[in-house]
Design a protein around this ligand. Structure first.
Ligand code: NAP
Length: 320
């Protein structure tokens, strides 16, 4: 019979919020090798109930909270600024306060939309922020509250998140492509489409390093402000991204017909690239939101592949 050699390190307890979101859904799977993952959906933990947020952090006794829940409806946020602020700023602030008390760590996600898009190259972490919309403003307030809390934290600013599940651009494009012959897509906004799975996997790599080298990295993350950009490599426009989605879909045309929405034929023949001005939306969006990933590579050794190769892998996931 095998013998044990001394006490084991106590299991890590991880609280994941926004469990039904694109990143949250993936986190439940990728973080499981680390310990007990308690993943709560909006129904189980509504981030607009700040006392419930604090209670959940205490009740789970989490060493690590990964906050994937957020008010992400960018246009709707313009007419619901208070709710967006509670979910995106006050809720992470409460998590951070609790973790500052308990000594736990927070991994939180923020957005490329904290920038105004006027820079003509990739944004670095300490470039000046100037959000153009309520969503970006409330996400920025969340960042600032976490930084002020005194807890150990890593904030990952990502962009243009997609997956084969959930509400996202990829699924919208495929739905429209089944219905219409021509799609009009914005061609003068530039960013990096980032697969939710890749964000979750990078979060695992970061979490391992945070938990194993905690003291060192806590000091470092405080000194650095704890903000990191994390996107796929490369850049594209929404129009070019839509074109790539259609092409990748067509390349997989031998998919079995039982692949649900991913097994359906597309009607689309043409993608027309239009200017932002031709597609007015309630929320303004930055023209350039490409983020430099140099810091996350230097500190955590993470370099996500080019967006297009990730898109191909994501599409292949739809094959059953
Ligand atoms: N999506 C993007 O393009 C994008 C871009 C840059 C940064 N980010 C950031 O990346 C992180 C992950 O986003 P994602 O792409 O996974 O977004 P997502 O797919 O929209 O998921 C967000 C999740 O938050 C949940 N949520 C919304 N309001 C809530 C509330 N009051 N209480 C509890 N949960 C609530 C949603 O619940 P339901 O499922 O019930 O709706 C959803 O499951 C967020 O911090 C987001 O700001 C996203």
């Amino acid at each position: 019979m095998p013998t044990t050699s001394g006490p084991e390190t106590p299991a890590v307890r991880i609280l994941v919020t926004g469990a039904n979101g694109q990143v949250g859904w993936n986190l439940q799977r990728t973080l499981s090798p680390l310990g007990d993952v308690v993943a709560l959906s909006r129904d189980q933990l509504n981030l607009s109930n700040l006392d419930a947020v604090a209670q959940a952090v205490r009740d789970t006794g989490a060493n690590l909270v990964v906050n994937a829940g957020a008010y992400t409806a960018v246009d709707k946020a313009e007419s619901e600024p208070e709710l967006a602020r509670v979910v995106n700023a006050l809720a992470p602030a409460r998590m951070a306060e609790e973790l500052a008390r308990s000594g736990g760590t927070l991994i939180h996600y923020s957005t490329d939309y904290v920038f105004d898009g006027t820079k003509d190259s990739a944004y670095v972490e300490d470039d000046p922020t100037a959000p153009l919309n309520v969503y970006g403003q409330t996400k920025l307030e969340g960042e600032q509250a976490i930084a002020a809390s005194g807890c150990a934290y890593v904030i990952l600013r990502t962009s243009w998140v997609y997956d084969i599940r959930g509400k996202n651009f990829l699924r919208t494009v495929l739905r429209l492509a089944r219905e219409r012959e021509e799609l009009r897509m914005v061609g003068d906004q530039f960013g990096a489409p980032t697969w939710a799975r890749a964000i979750a996997e990078a979060t695992l790599v970061i979490a391992v390093q945070l938990l194993r080298r905690r003291n060192t990295l806590d000091a470092q993350s405080r000194a650095d402000g704890g903000i990191f950009h994390l996107t796929a490599a490369g850049q594209t426009s929404w129009a070019e991204f839509a074109d790539a989605i259609i092409k990748e879909y067509d390349d997989c045309c031998s998919w079995p017909a039982d692949s649900g929405e991913f097994g359906q034929p597309l009607k689309v023949k043409n993608i027309v690239s239009i200017a932002t001005a031709e597609y007015p939306t309630p929320a303004k969006r930055p023209l350039n939101s490409v983020l430099s990933n140099a810091k996350v590579q230097a500190v955590f050794g993470i370099a996500l592949p080019e967006w297009r190769s990730q898109l191909r892998l994501a599409m292949q996931d739809a094959i059953r």
